[in-house]
Structures are given as structure tokens and as C-alpha cells.
Design a protein around this ligand. Structure first.
Ligand SMILES: [Zn+2]
Length: 134
């Protein structure tokens, strides 16, 4: 994840105030987005209050943009870091078509669904437009 913060590959969505947004390559849950802190830290309590507040504002702004695009029943916010110890939020719109809506996504076994390049660009553009609007 630290390496990804520096990069703007195919999944890069945009820069927020103190973080960067990337689409998850696996779009089985449509809209699954990462909001990654722009500098290295692993725990919220390591951040100054203004930085932490700015990060939560970034997360909220990204969530609103996702809600506009995907119209979820519920937004999920997850900050784990067990596998990649760099602050990164998972924002996961849970849609009415969700196969297991009452539980976290992690327990839904599935084949990863990557988008074809055109569909990927379209999805990222839609989220960018919603971010600009918010
Ligand atoms: Zn890091």
C-alpha cells in the first residue's frame, strides 16, 4: 500500500485533502473503493486531530460520491490494516442486489470480478464526477 500511495495506476481515482482514492481491482461489490492516507501511518491515534479530521472528511466525501453513483442500501466503512499496515479505508456500497447484505463482505466467497478497461475507465470517471460535484 505504501508503494501504491505514490502511484497513479489504472485504479487511481483522485487526490483528496490528505488521502488518495483508488478503486479496488475486484469489483464484485460494485464501487468498492480505497481511501489511502497520503503519508505513512498505521493507527488513527498517530494522527494529529486536524489530520484525522481531514481524513474523516475525505472518507465522508468519497462515501457521498459513491452513494450518488451506486445508490447503496448502506455504506460500509472498514479500517483494518491487518494485512497492509498503512491507514486505508475500505468504502463498500452495499447494494440491493448484495448476496449477503447483513454481514461484512469478507465472508462472501466469490471469484474476483475485474472490469474490462473501458468499463473500468467509465466507473472511475463516474466517481470522479461525483467527487467534483460534492
Ligand atoms: Zn505506509
Amino acid at each position: 500500500m505504501c508503494a501504491r500511495v505514490a502511484g497513479e495506476g489504472d485504479l487511481f481515482v483522485g487526490d483528496l485533502a490528505v488521502s488518495r482514492a483508488y478503486l479496488n481491482a475486484d469489483q464484485f461489490f460494485p464501487g468498492w473503493l480505497f481511501v489511502v492516507l497520503g503519508r505513512h501511518a498505521t493507527e488513527l491515534y498517530e494522527l494529529s486531530a486536524p489530520e484525522r479530521h481531514a481524513l474523516v472528511d475525505d472518507v465522508s466525501r468519497a462515501a457521498r460520491a459513491l452513494a450518488e453513483v451506486f445508490r447503496p442500501v448502506k455504506m460500509n466503512y472498514e479500517l483494518l490494516g491487518n494485512q497492509v499496515a498503512h491507514i486505508h479505508w475500505h468504502l463498500i456500497p452495499r447494494l440491493s442486489s448484495d448476496p449477503d447484505p447483513r454481514w461484512p463482505v469478507w465472508r462472501v466467497a466469490h471469484e474476483p470480478q475485474t472490469l474490462a478497461p473501458g468499463a473500468l475507465r467509465e466507473r472511475i470517471e463516474a466517481i470522479r464526477r461525483a467527487l467534483e460535484g460534492g
